[in-house]
Design a protein around this ligand. Sequence first.
Ligand code: CUK
Ligand code: CUA
Length: 765
Amino acid sequence: MFKSAKKMLSLAAGVAIGLSAASSAWSASSLEEVMKERGLTQKDLLAAAKTYVPTGGRDEYIVFASGGQSGQVIVYGIPSMRILKYIAVFTPEPWQGYGFDEESKAVLAMGRIHGKDITFGDTHHPAFSEADGEYDGKYLFINDKANPRIAVIDLHDFETKQIVVNPIMKSEHGGAFVTPNTEYVIEAAQYATPHENIFVPLEEFNDKYRGAITYWKFDKKKGRIDESQSFSVELPPYSQDLSDAGKGPSYGWSFTNSFCSERYVGGIERGRPPFEAGCSSKDTDYLHVVNWKKGEELVKAGKAETVNGHKVISMKTAVANNMLYLVPEPKSPHGVDVSPDGKFMIVSGKLDSHAWVYSFDKIMKAAEAKKFEGKDPYGIPIIAMKDALHKQVNVGIGPLHTQYDKAGSCTVYTSIYVDSMVTKWDYCEGKVLDQMPVHYNIGHLMAMEGDSVSPDGKYLVALNKLAIDRFNPVGPLHPQNHQLIDISGKKMQLLYDMPLPLGEPHYAVAIRADKLKPGVRYKSGWNSRTDSRSPFKTRAGREKTVRTPGKVEVFGTLIRSHINPEIIEVTEGDEVIIHLTNLERAQDETHGFAMYGGNVNLSVEPGKTATAKFQADRAGVFPYYCTEFCSALHLEMQGYMLVQPKGYKAKEGGMVEGVKYTEADYNKQVKTNVDTQAVINSVVAFITSHNYKDFPTVVALVEDATDQLGFAEEAKKKSEAAAAKKDWQNAMLWANQWWQYQVKTADMGLRAKTFLEQNNAKKIK
Ligand code: CUK
Ligand code: CUA
């Protein structure tokens, strides 16, 4: 039996023994003893049992949380609260090679503002694509408040594909919110500015500064926003805030609130009272009620103006076409959340202790009857609060956002920022049902599939702004605290605290895990950012280096455990372009590519083609290597870029080998290989004598092992050819390469065999 397989087999046995020893230790300490030792209560135990997912288990829901200032999206599971991924969106992220390979740099470049690279984002609101108001699990959108932008993430591979820059806003907040069939992604402005990219003094604030809502047209077939079909509606400079799309009876409308309809401009240094004083002096602000369907028609009819190359419907046109109304809402409101049936909108005032339930039906009746209490300074009709209001409920001090429980119920949950609690209440009857403290200062809260037309209830996550004393201290900058709450019973039950150390996630959305069907590999030679075959796709055996004056272009490949080419020779001053295709088909066999000194760092997942581009501006020796521990010989997955000085002449004579091999060495290696093959054959016999085809994991492993064995066969031929010429040096080295492929084959085979044993595969012959 050969050494490595023996080692692996004995290793496997060792693991098995270790497990049984450990399990006896487990049973020795009883549950009661553990509870006593760790000071746990029955309630703690119940919470643990409700959230614990044993090894190999899966979560029921997948959460996509904004990563706040990190400009990323955080993906985690519910109920385990285990973090699964950070998706790079607006910010370079080395693990994913985002912002390092040319393909993803092109995505970040779409987000440039006036030609400047923006390498962060202030993400607030993620939103799923929808079909008939249900999450369809295809795309995720997220906004950037600081630099008004929307990003499109494809949930097929959890990668960012597109960033669009808002053509008229300089600040936003009310995005991303989608219409029920993802016709549009809504983005509303925050701090008013001139729409044109020009200077306008603040003295002209009322006349020249404007808010807006942009409706980004989404092309579901292409999976991209179509900027040419997108449009905006001009709004007064009221500091628009959050938005939501109507559905059911309110389909075709959208709702956006505002928090500084005073139009106050501060200036502490000029001796003026600050913004916060002037922006909270009135008792009410305005909810903007907008008919985007009508807007779409007006744009098609050529009734929109063009600002910065983008279609904008003026307030005048909007009012004349009955597509824009205002409704007073309580002092400095924050969230506006449409009910799953589309009949109500709940708004809370940050400086008020009430949640206000508006009836869409009442608003429409008043609008149709032209029953207005007046017009705002821009001529927009105002529907009186009493003509729009359904209920008003005292929910606690500083209410922010609301989430709806299961479809058909009247139960909602509102985050209470100042009081640090969640209030559960009934919006049909208008009464409080339960209240629960959270830690601390909750912002958004989020229920399972909460923004869809059929929320699931079950769990609620409180996205708390402050953690204060909840976790082990890590310095002045504290993590955020996401708390998982069981809402399946009458009383809310706190289950779990999860620290989130990556920016301030404002909002999150959760989807049923079985709706997501991400791939595990790309079609070979794939540009994942454009979702098309890369022109730089390179197949095994077709690797090449193309030299033109001043430029060296490498078309290379990656596979366990070598980078082809292993030596790249360039001349000082050359532009170097390295395209690498990962030839692996095996799940989770990503290879990285990092090189000394030039900020070169790629992540190349199975099938992907990625490109590094840089200037070799100084002569020297630059090692490169694979950054993912991909096999036992991962450390040997290495190479050298040699940057030769201009005019360099290569020395006479070949490489001096460190070891000289003899015929005896060759024979010894061949003997090992033959023995190894016997082990492989026995593993193959075991696998094929079982119903392995019933296990997709094993089928994939077998496929991969078969590939590796094919490579072994090629190396074997090279070795035998060299031996025939009595070139023992090459015969021995190729025999060793043949063995390396065998070891990889055996590795896959043993993993498959172990899997079959652990999963009680049936013997079929
Ligand atoms: S926001 Cu931060 S807590 Cu941007 Cu939706 Cu309310
Ligand atoms: Cu590939 Cu390490």
